[in-house]
Write a protein that binds this ligand. Structure first.
Ligand code: IDP
Length: 139
């Protein structure tokens, strides 16, 4: 069942480059409501667990290193058709291929430092939101 929720992170590159405010503005202007939000530093253990699904991929170590290189903003968002609409708003994984005006087109520099995360399914949005927020924080 569609939950109308998605989960995003503003990644260390976008935080370090001062894009938190601009990215949140784009997200809100895109019609998303913020359900829960926190500013935190991932550890090797937490980033490794979050990306465990990618542990067999060649870039896994690089991804975990990058995601622990500075603070991130974790956010649960709500909107009708949230998963698909948010993936459209952020653009392709590789910013060089991201459509004009998308968040990755505007704020990302490379395929690894690509500014934001966006859940790829309702099931993963639920798992990822629950990874960062207790049931009392995501009402
Ligand atoms: P997505 O974030 O657009 O869903 P995924 O394929 O699920 O893309 O990959 C997860 C994350 O892993 C990407 O956002 C990116 O940060 C990183 N990543 C993906 N492909 C590569 C790569 O070829 N080299 C380095 N990092 C990558």
């Amino acid at each position: 069942m569609a939950t109308n929720r998605t989960f995003t992170m503003i990644k260390p590159d976008a935080v370090a480059n001062g894009h938190i405010g601009a990215i949140l503005n784009d997200i809100i202007a895109g019609g998303f409501k913020i359900v829960a939000m926190k500013y935190i530093q991932l550890t090797t253990e937490t980033a490794g667990a979050f990306y465990a699904v990618h542990s067999a991929r060649p870039f896994y170590g690089e991804l975990v290193n990058f995601m622990t290189s500075g603070p991130i903003v974790a956010v649960i968002l709500e909107k009708e058709n949230a998963i698909e609409d948010f993936r459209t708003l952020i653009g392709a994984t590789n910013p060089a291929e991201a459509a004009e005006g998308t968040i990755r087109n505007k704020y990302a520099k490379s395929i690894d430092a690509n500014a934001v995360h966006g859940s790829d399914s309702d099931e993963n949005a639920q798992i990822e939101g629950a990874f960062f927020f207790s049931q009392f924080e995501r009402f």
